[in-house]
Structures are given as C-alpha cells and as structure tokens.
Write a protein that binds this ligand. Structure first.
Ligand SMILES: [Zn+2]
Length: 396
C-alpha cells in the first residue's frame, strides 16, 4: 500500500546544481556530474545539466551545491513491528534513521519480539509475518528488508525450502538461537544458500544474557554469507582472530556501530592491505543495549575515514554500493535503471573541513539536506544531523 502510493507519486524528478556526485561504486566513487533525472522512481540519467533533459519535471530540486550520494544502507538492524522497538521501548526509531540518510535497512533477525517463538512452526510464522508486514508498509518510507528467522535446533532442509517458497530471503544472525555449534550451523547455512536465503553470523562475545560466544573457528566452519559485526556486537574477538576471518574467509566483512571501534579499525586495515575493501559493509546493529543510533551509519563513515584514514568517497561506498552488491539489491548505486534512493548532503556548518569530503576525513559527520526514496522526497533538512552548509530546495 505504502509502496504503491510512493510509486504513484513518483513522476519525473530533476535535481540540478549538484556539487559532488558520489556513485557508491568503489571503482569509480566520484562521477563527473551536476544533475540527475529520475522517472517513475528510477534513475534515467546523470551528468552535466546541459546534456540532460531536466524539463517537464513534476519535482525539481536545486541542490545548491550539495553532494548527492545513494541512500545509505544499514546492513544490520533488529526491527520488530512497524516503527516500534521494544529493545529500548522507542517509537519512531526508523524515521529517525531516515534523518540520518538511511533509506534501506536489512534485518538480522526480529529477535527482540517479546515472547519470540522458538519452536520451528512459530519461528517460520514470525519470519513470514515480518517479511510481509515490512513489505506492505515502509515505516516513514524506509525500505526495511525483514523476515529473518533465527535458527533453532531441529530445523531440516524442508524448513528452508518452505521459507524460501514463502518469500523469506534472509536468515537472522546465526548463533542467536540454539544453533551455536559450527557443524550444525554449517549444515543449515548450506541449506539456506541452496534455497536462495542469505545468511549472517553473529561474531564475537555474547550480546546480552542468553546469547553466547561465536569465535573464529565457528565463523569459519559455518561459512555464512556475511561475517556479521566482525568487530563484535559489542564484544570483539581478539585481533588475531579478526585478521584470520578477513584472510581465511571470502565472505562479506560487516563492521557495525554497536561494536568495538578499535576492532573495526583493525578489520578495515586488514581488508585494505589485502585489497579486500569490496567485502566491507556497514551496519549499526541497532536497536541495541546502547540504544538506537539514527546517525550510526554516518558516524561509521566518519570514523573509518578519519581514524581509519580511508578517503571519504570510499567510505561512503562501504554503506552503499558494497552493501548493494553483497545483498543483491538494486538500490545503493547511482546508475541508470537503479532506484532513485538518494541523499543530498553537505559539510556541517562550521566544520573545519573546507569541503564535504575533507570534513568527513577530519571526523565530522555531514549534514543531511534531503532524503529521497523511489524518486519521492521524503524529508528535507534533517532534524538529527548538524545543519548542512548548503540547503537544497524544492523549486517547484
Ligand atoms: Zn549479533
């Protein structure tokens, strides 16, 4: 319903006076472009304004020199229902993330549901319900990919076949349920993969009472598609184990906000040194014990760029194009035919950085000026970031 409404509203969108176009693609992070056109929610062109047909738009945005980047993707969240989380008893947390530039979230399991069913029928029913509920209604317009069942002992291949047939595409973090041994996890991850369901494994110490340690040996044996929060959620493995995971696995390396920052920087350094930056993706792992972090992805970008000495234009790719490729998503890249999920942003007012990229490199988070999903402007100046220096405007 919400999706149908959004698509109905998305006619032609023209954006001009873009000061910097960040593509989300590590191989070509900056495009030579100052304008972008989207029709019916899809990008149809970007480049120099004089080479594009910006006329006849239903909505024209003057970026006022702001940068444009793909809407940020949070690779690791724990939604429950709608825009409510019981974890810290908050409403509106997803809308707050939209104000932090996040336009897509990926569930790593609806684990916080009070009374979460742990029997196999119950966990399958919850996964289908969550998948349907978030597909039917996007909280605040944010795309939440949910319906990620938590593995429990006794599941058989038939259960994974059922789930796949019912539209479930993700597993909740392996290790949060009763399946914690490497061999058992390996079997279930393989069944999931065979049926087109992507898997993520919890890495590190227990997150809350009742969860357990998942160490290097279990992660390597289980071989899930994503090494979930390689920097711990919150408690990290020893740094030599993080190195081993980066070097001995070929799977995605997920770094999260609700983890250990030193371990995050270590994982980034190893990935860069071994030319594996394309495997690095970012998440918040919120809601969590430390709350929800609407600016968590922006803070990760600033952390990895400043203390990790990663050029800022590359840091943005870790939260956009890399995640898109890893997760098989269309959004997350500025390219023709891709969904027009976009964020306009600029250096925060009074940062020491002279440009957006320099400000991020100095460790300051940028200001969000506008967030757009499927070609529809959802919010203008963010109520959560510092004010951006340039403020984009809808001119008609
Ligand atoms: Zn976890």
């Amino acid at each position: 319903m919400a999706e149908a409404q959004a698509q109905a509203k998305a006619g032609k969108l023209s954006i001009r006076n873009i000061g910097l176009l960040l593509s989300g693609d590590l191989d070509r992070p900056i495009l030579d472009a100052d304008a972008l056109v989207a029709v019916a929610g899809k990008i149809v062109g970007m480049g120099k304004a004089q080479d594009l047909d910006l006329s006849g738009a239903d909505v024209t945005v003057d970026a006022k020199g702001s940068a444009l980047c793909p809407g940020l993707i949070d690779s690791h969240v724990h939604p429950v229902f709608g825009d409510w989380t019981p974890r810290q008893n908050q409403f509106g947390w997803i809308e707050s993330f939209l104000h932090g530039g996040v336009t897509t979230m990926i569930s790593a399991g609806e684990v916080h549901l009070p009374g979460r069913p742990k029997d196999i029928v119950g966990l399958k029913a919850l996964a289908v319900t969550a998948q349907r509920a978030f597909a039917n209604l996007r909280p605040a317009g944010v795309k939440v990919l949910a319906g990620a069942p938590v593995l429990e002992q006794g599941m058989t291949e038939a259960d994974f076949k059922d789930l796949a047939g019912w539209g479930v595409k993700l597993l909740g973090e392996v290790g949060l349920g009763s399946v914690k041994a490497g061999a058992e996890a390996k079997q279930m991850v393989a069944w999931a993969r065979k049926h087109g369901i992507q898997s993520t494994i919890h890495t590190g110490g227990p997150s809350i009472p009742g969860s357990g340690l998942i160490d290097q040996d279990v992660v390597l044996e289980a071989d899930a598609d994503v090494i979930g929060h390689i920097n711990g959620g919150h408690t990290a493995l020893p740094l030599n184990q993080i190195r081993a995971l980066c070097e001995r696995s070929v799977r995605a390396i997920e770094i999260v906000h609700n983890g250990n920052e030193r371990a995050a920087l270590h994982a980034l350094t190893i990935a860069r040194e071994s030319k594996q930056l394309h495997r690095v993706i970012l998440g918040t792992d919120s809601p969590a014990g430390s709350g929800v972090q609407p600016l968590g992805i922006l803070r990760m970008i600033a952390l990895l760029s400043s203390l990790g000495e990663l050029p800022a234009e590359l840091a943005f790719c870790l939260a956009t194009g890399n995640t898109a490729r890893t997760r098989g998503l269309q959004q997350g890249l500025i390219a023709v035919g891709r969904p027009a999920d976009l964020v306009l942003l600029d250096r925060a007012q009074h940062t020491a950085g002279k440009t957006l990229l320099e400000s991020v490199r100095l460790g300051d988070i940028p200001g969000i000026g506008m967030s757009i999903v499927d070609g529809v402007v959802l919010i203008q100046r963010s109520r959560n970031t510092p004010p951006s220096t340039a403020a984009p405007e809808i001119v008609r």
